[in-house]
Design a protein around this ligand. Structure first.
Ligand SMILES: Nc1ncnc2c1ncn2[C@@H]1O[C@H](COP(=O)(O)OP(=O)(O)OP(=O)(O)O)[C@@H](O)[C@H]1O
Ligand SMILES: Nc1nc2c(c(=O)[nH]1)N=C(CO)CN2
Length: 168
């Protein structure tokens, strides 16, 4: 069995419903077992900033799928949830990234593992910390990467508690 961490993000329509639907589709795959879910965070858009706030979360899963079949399955879920690829880093109903896959390092044209932008993204590092603080990229823990981000970057990620917001 492969131990995998997935990152989920959404900033269009009924965001909570898109996260729930994505989790349900992932859980319903007989080759995947969801071991843990992070909390949900409301996050300021990163990269392309002129767009609505996101909801982000991460999942720890176990799967018999290999990394390429898992990527294909993630794309199927995105398609089912009406994901369109228009602007790079632009608005989306759902985005599913493979963050870690066991401890493999893969630099393929279509698949980069660990996901190449984890260390810069508080919206990924903070939910990953809910799941496993010991995860490492190039000998540095995700906690160390998070500590090297600015306060401003970390403050752009708040625990989502419905209509109210709570600082993490
Ligand atoms: N670890 C990975 N997880 C998911 N997709 C990946 C990964 N590595 C490479 N890709 C490739 O990236 C392509 C573009 O993905 P996508 O449109 O979701 O990018 P994005 O979410 O806009 O940007 P980012 O990759 O910075 O999160 C996918 O078709 C996939 O082949
Ligand atoms: N806050 C936040 N910003 C983003 C996100 C995301 O999921 N959350 N996804 C992006 C493309 O992968 C680009 N920017």
């Amino acid at each position: 069995m492969n131990k995998v961490y997935l990152g989920l993000g959404t900033n269009m329509g009924d965001r909570l419903n898109y996260l729930d639907s994505a989790c349900e589709l992932i859980q319903n795959n007989s080759k995947i077992k969801v071991l843990k879910k992070s909390k949900i965070y409301e996050t300021k858009a990163w990269g392309y900033t002129d767009q609505a706030d996101f909801l982000n979360m991460c999942l720890e899963i176990e799967t018999s799928l290999n990394e390429y079949d898992l990527l294909e399955f993630c794309h199927e879920v995105e398609q089912k949830l009406n994901r369109e690829r228009i602007i790079r880093w632009g608005p989306r109903t759902i985005d599913i990234d493979i963050l870690f896959f066991n401890d493999i390092i893969l630099k393929d044209e279509n698949l980069y593992i660990p996901h190449p932008r984890i260390s810069e993204r508080a919206f990924v590092l903070i939910p990953l910390m809910d799941l496993n603080k010991k995860l490492k990229i190039k000998n540095k823990t995700i906690e160390e990467y998070l500590n090297s981000l600015t306060c401003e970057e970390r403050e752009q990620v708040k625990e989502y508690v419905g209509d109210e917001e709570k600082f993490v």
